[in-house]
Structure formats: structure tokens, C-alpha cells
Design a protein around this ligand. Sequence first.
Ligand code: SAJ
Length: 432
Amino acid sequence: MEEDFKMKNITIIGLGYIGLPTSVIFAKHGWNVLGVDNNKTIVEDLKQAKTFIEEPGLQEALTEVVSLNRFNASIHPKESEVFMIAVSTPQNMDNSANLRNVISATKSIIPYLKKGDLIILESTVPPRTTIDIIGEMIVNAGFALGKDIYLSFCPERVLPGDILNELVYNNRIIGGINEKSTLKTLKVYETFVKGKLIETDSVSAEMSKLMENTYRDVNIALANELVKISETIEIDPLEVISLANEHPRVNIHQPGPGVGGHCIAVDPYFIIEKDIKHSQLIQNAREINESMPMFIVEKVRSIVPISGIITVLGLAYKGNVDDDRNSPSYEIIKELETLGYEVKVTDPYVKETNGVEVLLLEEAMENSDLLLILTDHKEYKSLGNMNLDKIMRTPVILDTKNIVNKIENTKTKYINFSSMHKEKILEKTANY
Ligand code: SAJ
């Protein structure tokens, strides 16, 4: 039976949106955590318990574990019983997975490995990466894989904005390259996970993670395609989705201006690259979701003449977070400016952006011809009862996230995926 060993030292490589909250959770549950990142500024900030990541509860927890000396940061790993790799896996130009960070993280820990150590990969990767790429590097370093060094893949599945809670309560998939690796990894997560720990092999674990997000991307594409069909048959797509979802086994997702983030918009490509021939549905879903920014630009053109001023509300890829990675807002802004619109951008969460000036809400709305809501930040719920006719040149809202509550001010023209069709339907029925 598995010897009962105290795995109290863990080195976690990659201190981003996942690695840092994960490090803090391990430290809060009694582990000595060394967080490693190749960004010296991040490491120096973390030593002072400072972080750029806006995640509820993270700053308080980080301050606590740093003061208890349970969490330290460095640019170099150190000897540990457990090594965790939680680095980003960006895309290459062809959308395939760029494993540069995963490979360099593995290289960085090899000099510190000793027999009996465990390596856990949490970064989202194409299937077979753990056993074929990391496994091979361990073997080339002279260790017997699954005997001297244990290795597993354990996908994270936390929702940005609720990470610290989901890290503890979500079920976790534990995918060892062999039985012993799986059992050792179970002991690691047992120290803090309150959700179910589900045992499997590393390839199934890699693929299940990709399928979770691909399932979501395909279902979002279905909702976005329904919006386009609704133009033709003149129905209200949001009404149809809400009616269809009354069925106990139907869950059509919500349409939007496109799919952002570093997960749903990316993970399907890690499956496509492994089997282009058979992944037709997954490829089509990506194309549909990637067509939505231009669909929205066309909608704007049908509402405001090119010389107009457009206020874009929301740079973040989703509501109430400061993460703007892969946000469709950037493509929409660029297209509108190329067409000749003056575009003013506002977002209550996103501070640092790549080249886009972010204004305060009032300034961005001043003298504008359209409020284009692209992110469902809670701050936008109450726009309907503002006297926009006193602030804007033409008080019109195009709400692609259906976030605005009741429109109190009758002078404000409100358009969303539903109402533009209702208007058309009303026009149409008016002729009967
Ligand atoms: N979106 C829609 N319509 C919807 C739902 C989302 O257009 O009905 C858009 C959002 O606006 C956003 C994008 O999709 O731009 C992704 O948002 P999200 O909330 O679906 O996903 P993420 O990327 O924040 O987090 C996902 C989650 N995965 C699932 O919900 C299956 C999270 O649990 C994962 O841990 C995370 O990916 C990840 O790290 O993989």
C-alpha cells in the first residue's frame, strides 16, 4: 500500500491567474509553498505580498500566508516533495498550443528532482502532452517514470471571479501516468479539496478539460447562430432560448459579441490540432463565435452613421473581472475606428490595456451617439434609469449582453438581440 508520507513542501511554477491562487490555497492549508515565476517584478511584488491580480479574497489570503512565512516567491525552484506546473499555454499563430512555458518549467525543476518526488501539471495542454513530452524529459534526465518520479495531470476548472472558493469546492480530476502517480496526487489534493477527487489516466484528464470548454464554445456558437437565423425568420432569439430552456434537459447558452478569455476561446484549438479531419463541429463553432465581432460592427453601422461617436462599455472578456485576454471588444473597437467612427472606451475593472485609452463612464458617454455594451459588468445594470438624453447626442443603447435592467427613461432607445427583431416584426405586422 502507498507509504504515508508527509508532502509538506511544494514548488509551484507559474504565478498567474491560476498559479497564485493555487499557491495561496496550499499555503493556507499548511504547506510550505515556494512560488516560482520568471517575471522578476511579479516575484519582488509577491515577496511584499503585492499582486496585480484582482480576485475576491486573494489579497487578504496572500498577506496572511506571506506573514506566516508559508508562501515565498523566487525565480528559481528548490527541492520539494511536490512540483506543480501552472504556466500559461498560449497559442501559436496557427492556434496550436505553444508549449514553450511548460517545457521550460519542466527543465527548471529537473535539477532539483529526487526519487519519490511528484510532478503535477495543471496547465491546459493538448492530449498526450503530460506522458509524451514531460514524461520523456523525466526519462531523459535518468529517472524511471512512474517509479522514481511520479507524474500526473490535474486540470483546474475555476471560474475567474470565484477562484478561491472553486479551488476548494470544485470536483477535481486526478490523472496519473500510472496508478501510483494517481494515488500520490490524491494525497496532495486531499489536504484541501472538499469536492470529489476523481481518478483517471493523464490523457483522459487532459481531454476532459478540453471537452469541458469545447462543450461551452459549441453551445455558445449554437446561441450565436440562432441570432443570425433570427434575422432571417424574424423571431426574438432570447425569447426562443428562454422557452427552449424550459425543457428539463435543454441548456442553450447566451449569444454575445464573441467569445473571449484564455480558455473557451483557446481550448477547442488544442483538440483541432490533434485531429483536423474529424473536428468539423468544433471548427465550425470557433468560426461562428469568431464571426460575432463583425456581426456586431454591422449592427452598429445600421444604427449610427459612420461620422458618429460610439461609446464602448467593457474591455474585459466577461463581466466583473479585469481580465481582457482575447476580449472581442478589441476587434470591435479596431473595426469601428477603421470604418471612421470616433470610439471612446470605458471599463470599471480593466486598467492596463494594450494601447486602448480607458475613460471614466461619464466622460466616455458624453456627446455619444451609441452606448455599445460588450461586457456584462454589474455597473451597467442601471444605465436604463440614467438621463442619457442629457449626456449623449443621441440616447441609444445597443446591449449585446442583455445586462441593462428596465429602461426607465422613455427618451432612451434600447436595442438588444431581442428588440431589433421585435421592431422589425412590429414594422412587418403593421403592414398587415
Ligand atoms: N460567453 C457567451 N455566452 C455564454 C457564456 C459565456 O458568450 O452563454 C462568453 C463570455 O462572455 C466570455 C467567454 O464566453 O467572453 C468565456 O466566458 P466563460 O465564463 O464561459 O468562461 P471562462 O473562460 O471565464 O472560464 C471557463 C470555465 N469553464 C466552463 O465554464 C466550462 C471555467 O470553469 C474554467 O475553469 C475556465 O474556462 C478555464 O480555466 O478553463
